[in-house]
Design a protein around this ligand. Structure first.
Ligand code: PHE
Length: 352
């Protein structure tokens, strides 16, 4: 290391080079190197300090002052620069570049069955029906007995039931909610506090069926019930016709044919005119022009009696419609199992 004293001019010269280097530093490393060269233990300012003793006495104060002034100035410059670099780094981190193409985020959507169910519910709510929900694990009494299906009734053999415990099962239809609703609201009807019971009940139902194109062991129904004085078969027909028009399109007609359900009399099987060919016959309606979608009828007097509503004074209708069936028609899905396949490509077609 040189111990030769530097002149003040040399100091000024080194200082102006140091100012340039500090200013030019574009990252922390370059700044550190420039700072060390001037201010570090082996830097020229330290070196100059060490040579003060070799100077003629009268020159020492001026030289010392010059060293101190430059040292202070360069320290400040380095500090400023360090701060500037830090701010720049931070800005780079938070800067959003909208021109960089990104990945499309995966957005969730409602399952097609949920979409269909909500659409159906909305239609009935618009017509003044209240929404009731009942338990899926149901008492035998509500699922069968109160619906006029006593223990050895042949209708019990028609549905394979998941039994949970003696007297308790997974409901095979949403009709038990009719009973629960009439039990709870019947008193208000009899006291004249309301002029009718008018509810729908959407939800899951279970049957021990082998899955195929039209059967799933768990599926959804929407039950409807209207009970009051003078409720007639014509009211049932009107409600179903309006429902069909709103769900399948204005030109849709309904056709009612006699059918048997133990809890209604008379009972009907309800079909809609095919929304795809208008009734002329096509692949969807299997050339018949009609598609069966639900069961319905006038609430059986026995059922009314069970919930202590007098069939002499009151009457009502009920219907039950399968949601998967409706969704299969609306979206032309030939195999109901696709709804529960979890196939993302299939499901992502239903933009709801
Ligand atoms: N509960 C019947 C079924 O699951 C449908 C239905 C409801 C029929 C109400 C008539 C009245 O098939």
């Amino acid at each position: 290391m040189s111990t030769e004293a530097l002149s003040i001019e040399q100091l000024e010269e080194l200082a102006s080079r140091a100012r340039e280097e500090v200013a030019a530093a574009s990252n922390e490393d370059q700044l550190n190197r420039a700072a060390a060269k001037a201010l570090g233990p082996e830097g020229w300012l330290s070196r100059a300090t060490r040579t003060i003793g070799s100077l003629p006495r009268e020159e020492r104060p001026r030289f010392g002052q010059a060293v101190n002034r430059l040292k202070k100035e360069l320290e400040d410059l380095v500090k400023q620069k360090r701060e500037e670099l830090r701010r720049r780094r931070e800005m780079a981190r938070s800067y959003l570049d909208p021109t960089i193409s990104g990945d499309l985020p995966l957005v969730g959507r409602l399952h097609p069955i949920t979409q269909t169910l909500e659409e159906m519910v909305q239609i009935f709510v618009t017509m003044g029906f209240d929404v009731w929900e009942g338990p899926e694990a149901e008492l035998d009494y509500y699922n069968f007995e109160a619906l006029n299906i006593p223990e050895h009734h042949p209708a019990r053999g028609e549905v394979d039931t998941f039994v949970l415990a003696p007297g308790m099962l997974l409901r095979t239809h949403t009709s038990p909610v009719q009973i629960r609703a009439m039990e709870e609201l019947g008193g208000r009807l009899l006291r004249g506090e309301v002029d009718r019971i008018q509810i729908i009940s959407p939800g899951r139902v279970y049957r021990r069926d082998r899955p195929d194109r039209t059967h799933l062991p768990m599926f959804h129904q929407v039950e409807g019930l209207m009970v009051g004085e003078g409720i007639s078969f014509a009211d049932l027909r009107g409600v179903l016709a309006e429902f069909a028009r709103l769900l399948f399109g204005q030109g849709t007609r309904v056709r009612l044919r006699p059918d048997y359900f133990p809890f209604v009399e008379p009972g009907a099987e309800v079909a809609i005119s095919c929304p795809f060919c208008g009734g002329g016959g096509c692949r969807v309606c299997k050339q018949s022009g009609w598609i069966e979608i639900l069961g319905a009828g006038m609430v059986h007097p026995e059922v009314l009696r069970k919930v202590e509503i007098s069939p002499e004074r009151y009457s009502g209708f009920a219907f039950g419609v399968g949601v998967e069936r409706v969704a299969q028609i609306l979206y032309q899905v030939d195999d109901a199992r696709r709804f529960v396949s979890g196939n993302f490509e299939f499901l992502s077609q239903f933009v709801g």
